[in-house]
Design a protein. Structure first.
Lengths: 505, 336
């Protein structure tokens, strides 16, 4: 089968007692877009590193264009035209576009002198070949995420790239930018470049890939034609379990005033005239494209983004929320979109992360933290939310994404919120953990907490909420009172009737 | 964007310098005379050379505070070598001083590059280590003008331009300025046109990426710290020639002025950005400030105060800019 560009055969790799890869094989032809999917810890990153020659496998072989490598080194991989674009893109924010694109080629030319004319030519040529245009003199730190990605792809392209490996390239992109990225990938594919695309997002897998290799727990589940797979089977192969969603049923309790009511809330340039009610025990979904103003709205309710006008009512009483401290006092909890930057002290222990919001409640008469109540509180949340860790003393950074998210959840649940706003509660979390988090959210709602889920994953809100609002350009454009009959396509159709972006004035 | 931001920093700095100089000239008309300016250039060339070294280190994302100890070590060992051997040769003085500087710089590089220690703590340590070793093993005695080899005195009185005053005495532009210009040109060529120089920008911008790209990080770091040592060696000899006196306790203690000059010149303390022009303007600013506070009626203690203030403000500006930028991108991600 020499028509394969790359064949990784029977690759195994063990890290200090952990079997990261076990007898995994992967083959890619030139001009093929191949997706590598699997949950966190399934061995995707290790496999990429083996292909890039960055990690040496314990056993197995790599064959590139029929040439067999026992020990593929990074430099061999580069010489064979294998380019890896890591998630962080490896760009130099302080250098301009041209230099970033031409950087690796400059180094490899082994010249001691930089030929600036050449640098510009190389960059210009790479951009032209991909049909892109960027200001060559612009500093990369001033570019958007998607422009940075273009720079990274151009740089790979200058290296006479034959196999482009992209690690989770879409995680920070908007939908339009993803489409744009896909068009570039398609262009490269047509010129005979093989593309190995690592992704979490299932819809993308179907959209872009010809073949899909699925990994689970370091083993290859199988290689499939994308056309033969559907969502459910893909999830089944990735997680080893069938996941079926039942819509969340909300059972109205009497006629109390709504736990949270927002009336005509507006902020120039962000959101306009937002009104909705939320009762205890409800799960309200707010979805909309990036730029719809949903996160700004959530921040406004949590006291982090002062609205220009409008009112917020808690239990029927008008309130002024000027800071997160006040919001917490009114019983509002907020799980931020960016959990690593805003929600978690990564270097601190899991336990300390959980109790940070309630530390004043754990003080004894001397004003010192009471050890017993502290460890009780920590123990309760670790077991309630099934956080997988050998000890609460371990640092939060040692946890997987799903478990980190549970720690952030625990931190807010410890404050005993009556209203809980979750912004992107499962971003970057694998499917199995996602389901657990969804279950936790439902349990909370059935215990009488009013919940708002903000998410750009339409299935997430449709499957977990009893009511869904769609925001676009800062306004609520649609409300589904009953979601069980709503299909994802209906929601997408609403989006496509959008006016041009930036309609908020 | 790079040139634009830099032009802004440099423009404001230039403006401040002009305003400050105008005020000084009004208070004391002798400030803006050719003679005084020549004098300023001569006395500050050494500092400007040190600033070039510090600038290169800051670009790479590191910091060096040991360069003053390196400069005095180079100077003191050089002058003692000349006296001990009886060779009265300026070239030898430079060779010894620069060799000492590069050796000490290499020691810094071993800690920083090979052992991967943080640059600030390392160079704080070596500042004390180098200076202590100099005093203990080489000596503590000052060498006064009488005992100084003649080559230093000749060097110091060498002018490339000479003018005669009304009373028949002469003054001129010291040859020191040529050293300064040479160092600026060499630094510029290295930073702008050599792959090594671009590597310095690269490791200051994104260390991990630089490593992945196959740059020889060790080579670059050794170059950086040895270059600083080399420049400190040059400065050591110039300083000695300027004041015609060598005291092994001099120079050490002026680190912050030099760092302040570089920071006010727009180099980010977090690495990766800054310009040579900005650094030169920063030095001009600090020199005018240091030498003329008394003229505007402030005690010289204010000098320390201002140096500290400049560093704090300079660093704050960098961090605030960063925060605004990351804040902006966070909002972009959130959809504004």
């Amino acid at each position: 089968m020499s028509d394969y560009y790359l064949e990784a055969k029977n690759i195994s790799k063990t890290y200090v007692g952990v079997q990261a890869l076990s007898d995994v094989s992967l083959s890619i032809r030139s001009g093929e877009v191949h997706c590598l999917v699997g949950e966190n810890g399934s061995g995707k990153s290790t496999l990429i590193k083996v292909i890039g020659g960055v990690v040496q496998p314990d056993s197995g072989r790599i064959v590139i264009r029929g040439r067999e490598y026992q020990r593929l080194q990074a430099i061999d991989a580069i010489r064979e035209g294998i380019e890896i674009i890591y998630q962080d893109l490896s760009l130099y924010p302080n250098l301009n576009v041209a230099e970033n694109i031409a950087f690796n080629q400059t180094i490899e030319s082994n010249s001691r002198v930089v030929n600036w004319k050449n640098v510009r030519l190389i960059a210009q040529k790479a951009l032209e070949e991909l049909g892109e245009s960027l200001d060559l003199t612009e500093r990369v730190e001033n570019l958007s995420m998607s422009q940075k990605q273009i720079v990274a792809i151009c740089r790979a392209h200058t290296q006479d790239c034959k196999l482009l490996v992209m690690d989770e390239p879409t995680s920070a992109l908007t939908r339009e930018e993803v489409d744009h990225l896909f068009s570039i990938v398609e262009k490269l594919r047509k010129t005979g470049v093989a593309v190995l695309f690592v992704s979490h997002k299932l819809s993308e897998v179907f959209e872009i890939a010809e073949n899909v290799t699925i990994l689970r727990d370091g083993r290859k589940v199988g290689e499939f034609k994308a056309s033969e797979l559907d969502n459910d089977t893909l999830i089944y192969h990735m997680t080893g379990q069938k996941i079926r969603y039942t819509p969340y049923e909300y059972d109205p309790q009497g006629s109390q005033p709504p736990a949270l009511e927002v009336r005509n809330l507006s902020k120039a340039g962000q959101f306009q005239d937002i009104s909705f009610k939320l009762a205890a025990g409800e799960i309200l979904g707010i979805t909309g494209l990036v730029g719809s103003g949903r996160t700004e709205l959530a921040l406004a309710i949590f006291g982090l983004n002062k609205p220009d006008s409008g009112t917020i009512l808690i239990d029927g009483k008008e309130v002024q929320i000027r800071s997160p401290q006040e919001a917490t006092r009114y019983g509002i909890g907020y799980l931020p979109e960016d959990r690593l930057n805003q929600g978690l002290f990564e270097s601190q222990s899991i336990g300390d992360n959980i109790i940070v919001t309630i530390i004043t409640r754990l003080l004894n008469k001397l004003g010192i933290i009471d050890r017993t109540s502290k460890s009780n509180a920590i123990g309760k949340w670790i077991s309630d939310l099934k956080i997988k860790t050998p000890t609460s003393e371990a640092s939060a950074s040692s946890l997987s994404g799903g478990n980190q998210q549970r720690v952030v959840l625990a931190k807010w649940l410890a404050t005993d919120p009556k209203i809980f706003i979750l912004d992107g509660p499962t971003i970057g979390i694998d499917i199995g953990s996602k389901r657990n988090i969804h279950q936790i959210i439902r349990d909370l709602a059935s215990r009488g907490i009013a919940i708002v889920i903000i998410s750009d994953e339409i299935p997430e809100v449709l499957r977990n909420c009893n009511r869904v609002l769609i925001m676009m350009s800062g306004r609520i454009v649609k409300e589904y009172e009953e979601v069980s009959e709503v299909d994802e396509k209906d929601v997408v159709a609403v989006f496509s009737h959008d006016q041009p972006r930036g309609a908020v004035k | 964007m790079r040139s634009r931001t830099f032009q802004r920093t440099e423009f404001y700095l230039l403006l401040v310098i002009i305003v400050f100089s105008t005020v000084l000239t009004i208070i004391n008309p002798s400030f803006l005379t050719v003679e005084n300016l020549f004098d300023l250039v001569k006395s500050s060339s050494g500092m400007a050379i040190l600033a070039m070294g510090v600038f290169v280190v800051l670009l790479s994302g590191g910091i060096d505070v040991s360069f003053t100890a390196v400069a005095i070590a180079g100077q003191y060992i050089a002058v003692n070598t000349l006296i001990a051997t009886g060779i009265d040769n300026l070239l030898l003085a430079f060779a010894v001083s620069c060799a000492v500087g590069m050796a000490l710089g290499a020691i810094n590089a071993v800690f920083i590059s090979v052992l991967n220690l943080p640059t600030l703590i390392t160079t704080l340590g070596t500042l004390s280590l180098f200076h202590g070793a100099l005093l203990e093993f080489v000596g503590t005695k000052s060498i006064n003008t009488g005992g100084l080899p003649n080559c230093f005195k000749t060097f110091s009185s060498l002018n490339i331009l000479s003018f005669t005053r009304a009373d028949g005495t002469t003054y001129g532009l010291s040859v020191f300025v040529l050293f300064f210009i040479a160092v600026v040109l060499i630094s510029w060529v290295i930073l702008r046109f050599s792959v090594l120089g671009r590597g310095i920008y690269a490791i200051g911008g994104n260390f991990t990426a630089a490593k992945r790209s196959g740059l020889n990080i060790h080579l670059i770091q050794f170059f950086i710290y040895m270059y600083v040592g080399f420049l400190a060696g040059i400065m050591g000899v110039m300083h000695l020639s300027l004041i015609r006196y060598s005291n092994p306790n001099y120079i050490v203690g002026t680190e912050l002025s030099v760092i302040a000059a570089v920071v006010i010149g727009g180099a980010r303390i977090t690495g990766g950005t800054g310009s040579i022009i900005g650094t030169i303007l920063g030095v001009v600013m600090i020199v005018i400030l240091e030498k003329n506070l008394v003229l505007i009626g402030l005690s010289s203690y204010w000098q320390q105060f201002f140096i500290g203030l400049i560093i704090i403000v300079g660093v704050s500006v960098t961090y605030i800019q960063n925060r605004i930028r990351s804040g902006r991108s966070a909002l972009t991600a959130a959809g504004t």
